[in-house]
Design a protein around this ligand. Structure first.
Ligand code: SAH
Length: 357
């Protein structure tokens, strides 16, 4: 059974469900000819409940990353049996057509605007209603890899879609180039949505984009997002605060480890704070962070957890204590994106007391 075309992408890259298409729980999709938009294609299918395979003999970094996170299965093109899947999808063939910038740029063109939209941690369901509305009226969407890629379909078919995301330790678009894209497009009088994962102002460089727009005289506004720092632990049943357990929580970046001079976190103060410690971008530095906290007196038995791919079908988590968590995460094959939580709120919801029978 092949519903070829039940869900297809138009020439402009927008998904076009055919009449009668009612979602796809449990159905299998095969993405053929994976191209530069393979992540967008795969996430759109996952959001519709499909199991996704990608047919390629030479998986690129993007496909390897999707497979490594358990979001897709990679099959060789010769072994891809079309009659064993329910939907065959050709990868979206490329970006939406380039805008005719020259025709739009005139001295009298009023500036458009830039809306910094926090998209939440990965699934469209966690995008705010304001964020969805901004997408619906966008002329341009500039988006990161950790943004809820399924939400791109909310933008009009005619909207230009500009991916600027980065694979951890892989290719990325320099921030100056992103700023330039935002400013130049909005100065053409277009409504630009800058769609990011989580909240734009939590390790999202939203402040830099705001300043670049303000310096260029472009109106800029913010639609806050659900930050992964709180939502991802929450999705795994870990509150970041709990009455009588912790007086609060703190969010730190593990992008560089505590031994790196660029890391200016006061680990001694953190270890003594009694706060729940949430670490973003810390998969590879978690071991050294844990060691540093223990050196400063935080007990090695402090509960800890790592939650990866929050709000995605591949969400998984590992629990342990401060001394063991990095090795346990490593053993479980946890990779970015993941949030680490250190503190006594980890496990606090496990202690369910049952009343008298
Ligand atoms: N602005 C974002 C954070 C950007 S830094 C926010 O507010 O959530 C990127 C880091 O966020 C990742 O390295 C990871 O630590 C975390 N992250 C983002 N999305 C995530 C997800 N779906 N699951 C787990 N961690 C996530």
């Amino acid at each position: 059974m092949t519903h070829d075309g039940a869900l297809t992408s138009g020439p402009d890259g927008r998904w076009l469900p055919l009449p009668g298409w009612r979602g796809a729980d449990g159905l299998r999709a095969l993405v053929t000819h994976p191209g530069p938009l393979v992540s967008e294609t795969v996430h759109a299918l996952l959001e519709r409940g499909l199991e996704v395979s990608v047919a390629t003999d030479t998986p690129d970094a993007e496909v390897r990353d999707l497979a490594g996170r358990g979001l897709v299965t990679v099959v060789p093109t010769t072994g891809a049996e079309l009659d064993q899947v329910d939907l065959v999808v050709r990868d979206r063939a490329g970006l939406a057509p380039e805008e005719t910038a020259a025709s739009l740029t005139t001295a009298s063109t009023p500036p458009g605007e830039v809306v910094l939209v926090g998209g939440g941690p990965g699934s469209t369901g966690l995008l705010t209603l304001d964020g969805a509305e901004a997408l619906r009226t966008a002329d341009v969407v500039v988006y990161d890899r950790l943004a809820p890629l399924g939400a791109l379909d909310l933008a009009p078919a005619s909207a230009e879609r500009v991916p600027v995301g980065k694979i951890p330790r892989g290719e990325f678009t320099p921030q100056e180039v992103i700023n330039e894209v935002l400013v130049s497009r909005s100065l053409q009088g277009r409504r630009v949505v800058r769609l990011k994962g989580g909240d734009s102002f939590v390790f999202g460089r939203g402040g830099e984009e705001w300043l670049a727009c303000a310096a260029a005289g472009v109106p800029v506004r913010v639609v806050p997002g659900v930050t992964s720092a709180v939502a991802v632990p929450g999705l795994a049943g870990i509150p970041v605060t709990h009455r009588d357990v912790t007086p609060g929580f703190v969010v730190v970046s593990g992008h560089v480890g505590p031994d790196d001079p660029r890391n200016t976190v006061d680990w001694a103060a953190l270890a003594a704070s009694g706060l729940t410690i949430v670490v973003l971008m810390g998969v590879s530095t978690l071991g050294s962070i844990a060691r540093r906290l223990v050196e400063h007196g935080l007990p090695g038995t402090t509960p800890a957890a790592v939650v990866a791919d929050g709000a995605m079908p591949s969400q998984r988590s590992v629990r342990g204590d401060l001394l063991t968590i990095a090795a346990a995460a490593d053993e479980a094959g946890i990779c970015a994106p993941a949030v680490a939580v250190i503190g006594r709120t980890v496990g606090v919801l496990d202690q369910v007391e049952t009343g008298p029978a």
